[in-house]
Design a protein around this ligand. Sequence first.
Ligand code: SF4
Length: 185
Amino acid sequence: MQIAEIIEKTEVEGPGIRTGLWLQGCTINCSSCCNQSFLPVNGGTFWNEEELAVNLASLDTDGITILGGEPLQQAKQLIIFLKHFKSISNKGIILFTGYTWETIEKSSIFKSLISLCDLVIAGPFIETLSPDIRRWIGSTNQTIHFITDYYSFLEPWPVFRKEIEFHLRDNEIIINGTPLEIGFI
Ligand code: SF4
């Protein structure tokens, strides 16, 4: 599976302390996508799915949030990862996708993948519908789907707030959270 970025512990990609897992590659082409370097399908770092699952399951976190790039464009690999992750961990799984719920429902492989998640946020980022008033969500067209009741405590959904984290790693400063000018995916 091609991975664009992993932030082992973040508090701005869903409730609690979570691992942010950004997959590499997306052809959906939303205007003003804020993750341009995650779009080329040939980029990122290769991870063995089961090895990655073991690594992320071992972290002291509440759950994982899967983003992109476009996670569903590596559906086969992500299914392998999620099946293994769920076999060794009870952490909650949130997935953001740029595909609409209608598109997901027409695809058997997408539906198989979604069935392994607890919560899915679906739909492309639309700049003119941003910012959303819901926390963690980029634009008002995006839809929320509770696949299990793991995150049912999020109803009513928390209100939007700007939140930014700075992560220091080797010689890099990684900024994560709400972009300064626009919404976030
Ligand atoms: S916002 Fe998400 S779905 Fe849209 S182009 Fe960027 S990575 Fe792809």
